[in-house]
Write a protein that binds this ligand. Structure first.
Ligand code: CIZ
Length: 299
């Protein structure tokens, strides 16, 4: 993006009152132009407090839907049209409803990486940052957890609750190859290995810590290690490197989300222009999903 276009972004932001939100998995050039970079929980908290008339969301569809539900007065535009999450696509609202009917009395906890229709069926939502706490706080009895099976198993192990997982997974995390992590560890034997709970169980067993992206930032901030091997989407390696320029980070293999990688600065400029009404969600559906999201933010 040249200086002229950068100036145009600034001018449009001023004239529209827009804020640019980016997930930590976004490409470097997008993170660099964002007003806030964070995980879904941070973006949700920001949205809940926000009075911005226009939100430019650099991430995938479920994140834009979540921001719209929490900030219904804002126009929320998803920067990369068609940026869907392969994990969210694993469990529809109909799937969630039918699953609940098969397990009467169980509480459904839905990972934030899910469509709004599935959230609307849920007792509560969670992110990777608070999945264990939300499962722990669920009403007595079985907990249905979807759509990510690896995160469900992790939350079950950490909370001690009986969790029934939905058989879904993130194409990038669940396809991660443990041999890449072992190679990185052989090259950097002094490094701390931080992995995301969406990775397969073998990653969790070989890691120093299992954390969402927000937890990874806190871990590095409180650690005296100099080098870190990061087992999550590759955008996080840039995020950590920019926050901690005196430390070194490397990826634990090729964990790359095609939908997170396709946003470009030109798309941000395009989203700032024009009169696209952005994400629209029927009121009743948004209201039902809001209850599950509010329970998550309260917990
Ligand atoms: O919570 C999120 O935003 C996701 C999808 C992952 C993470 O750990 O940040």
């Amino acid at each position: 993006m040249d200086n002229l276009e950068k100036g145009e972004v600034k001018r449009l932001k001023r004239s529209t009152g827009a804020v640019i939100l980016a997930h930590s998995y976004q490409p470097r050039e997008i993170q660099e132009m964002a007003d806030l970079v964070g995980d879904s929980l941070e973006l949700s908290r920001f949205a809940r407090e926000s009075v911005a008339p226009l939100v430019i969301l650099c991430g995938v569809r479920f994140m834009a839907e979540t921001v719209k539900i929490l900030s219904p007065g804002s126009v929320v535009r998803l920067v990369a049209p068609g940026a869907d999450c392969s994990l969210a696509a694993c469990m529809s609202g109909e799937d969630a409803g039918a699953w609940k009917r098969e397990h009467p009395g169980a509480a459904l906890v839905t990972y934030i990486n899910s469509p709004v229709e599935a959230k609307a069926e849920s007792w509560a939502c969670c992110t990777s940052a608070n999945a264990v706490g939300v499962v722990r706080a669920a009403p007595p009895g079985d907990v249905l957890f979807g759509p990510d099976r690896n995160l469900a198993e992790y939350a079950a192990a950490e909370s001690g609750r009986r969790v029934i997982p939905w058989p879904g997974g993130c194409h990038a995390h669940s396809g991660a190859d443990i041999r890449s992590l072992r190679r990185a560890r052989a090259e950097w034997p002094d490094a701390a290995v931080l992995v995301h709970p969406e990775t397969p169980p073998v990653f969790r067993r070989e890691a120093d810590a299992v954390l969402g992206t927000g937890g990874m930032i806190d871990y590095v901030a409180g650690s005296d290690r100099r080098r870190f091997i990061i087992g999550t989407e590759e955008g996080m390696v840039y995020r950590l490197s920019s926050l901690f320029p005196d430390r070194s980070f490397t990826a634990a293999g090729d964990i790359s989300c095609r939908d997170m990688r396709n946003a470009t600065p030109d798309m941000v400029l395009e989203a700032l222009r024009g009169d696209d009404p952005g994400i629209l969600i029927p009121e009743e559906l948004a209201g039902a999903a809001l209850k599950a999201l509010e329970r998550m933010t309260e917990l």
